[in-house]
Write a protein that binds this ligand. Structure first.
Ligand code: TYC
Length: 102
């Protein structure tokens, strides 16, 4: 514990640092088989996008290969990835969703 005095009794200031939790980008990956409408539905359902937003983001992934679909705390990001992977697997689509530290 810092007594605020250093070894020679000289006042030494330590800045109060409030640590923000790290954020994680959730990424959606393109593939050749998942139907476009399914991806649009995923983005509406799990990421709260409107149909127009979801369609736009789906097209970005389709054309560029990958897109960030949201930025969340570690716990929320993990939950989203799990929900998407689970939903895709249940419908037998190869859709991939991952997360990475921002
Ligand atoms: N490339 C897919 C197709 O042509 C559509 C697609 C878009 C798949 C986005 C995955 O994350 C994805 N049917």
């Amino acid at each position: 514990p810092d007594d605020g005095e250093g070894d020679a009794g000289i006042a030494v200031k330590t800045k109060p640092r409030t640590k923000r939790p790290p954020l994680y980008k959730v990424l959606l990956l393109n593939d050749d088989y998942t139907p476009m409408e399914f991806v649009v539905h995923v983005l509406e359902r799990f990421f709260g996008m409107t149909h127009a937003q979801a369609f736009e983001v789906m097209l970005t992934v389709h054309k560029k290969g990958v897109a960030v679909v949201g930025v969340f705390s570690h716990e929320i990001a993990e939950t989203k990835v799990g929900q998407v992977m689970d939903f895709a697997r249940r419908h037998q689509h190869p859709l991939q969703c991952t997360m990475e530290k921002e």
